[in-house]
Design a protein around this ligand. Structure first.
Ligand SMILES: Cc1cc2nc3c(=O)[nH]c(=O)nc-3n(C[C@H](O)[C@H](O)[C@H](O)COP(=O)(O)O)c2cc1C
Length: 194
């Protein structure tokens, strides 16, 4: 079993990464193969809207984007996570999401699309962390990640949000939240095991 986590934060010991680690606990203990990546380590340019992917499921821009798609292809479970930057996902995450335009096709008209991972059985968890404790300050971070994942055909098992964390790693002190994240990870693991 392969599980991939994709983190839009550049803080390697940041709050988002600690939540991801907790979610991955049961999969790790259960012997799953885990790969955790930071989008900031990859060179992913902006989508140009060129429509070059229209009938190929492949983006024509030659950078590191295809490497991440290959990792998603190979994973049964995926965690997609981002801190809130100005009420939304980070720019690393947004560039990645925009490039995933190549993972949907509109064969008949623009109202209905088909998604590369539809029916693939891949399951995922979405994660968002922000500094302020009012949920409105998270903006669309979590809903964007979740809606995007559904659009590309992935089955979102659950979402985890961390409200009220600013200093990198401060989330470690919130044992209740980390425990909740572990339980979400257990659900993900159980769903993949079937
Ligand atoms: C550029 C920038 C914009 C931010 N915008 C918001 C925001 O709109 N709302 C909020 O609650 N926190 C905001 N934050 C705080 C981060 O979401 C918070 O520090 C989070 O814990 C960072 O996660 P990380 O440690 O995984 O990088 C912002 C931080 C930065 C650097």
């Amino acid at each position: 079993m392969k599980i991939l986590s994709i983190n839009g934060s550049r803080r390697k010991t940041g709050n988002t990464e600690y939540l991801i680690k907790s979610i991955l606990t049961s999969a790790k203990e259960g012997g799953a193969q885990i790969e955790s990546i930071f989008l900031g380590d990859y060179n992913i340019g902006a989508c140009t809207g060129c429509e070059g992917c229209r009938s190929s499921w492949e983006c024509v821009i030659k950078d590191d984007f295809a490497k991440i798609v290959k990792k998603i292809d190979e994973a049964e479970g995926i965690i997609l996570a981002s801190p809130t930057y100005w009420y939304s996902v980070t720019s690393d995450m947004k560039r990645f999401i925009d490039r995933c335009y190549s993972l949907i096709q509109f064969p008949v008209n623009r109202k209905k699309w088909i998604a590369k991972y539809q029916g693939s059985g891949k399951v995922c968890v979405t994660v968002a962390v922000c500094e302020q404790s009012e949920e409105s300050m998270m903006g669309n971070t979590l809903s964007l990640l979740t809606d995007f994942y559904k659009d590309i055909g992935l089955d979102v098992v659950e979402s985890v949000k961390g409200l009220g964390f600013f200093e990198a790693g401060s989330i470690k002190a919130d044992h209740n939240l980390l425990q909740k994240a572990e339980m979400t990870g257990q659900k993900l693991f159980d769903r993949i095991k079937g």
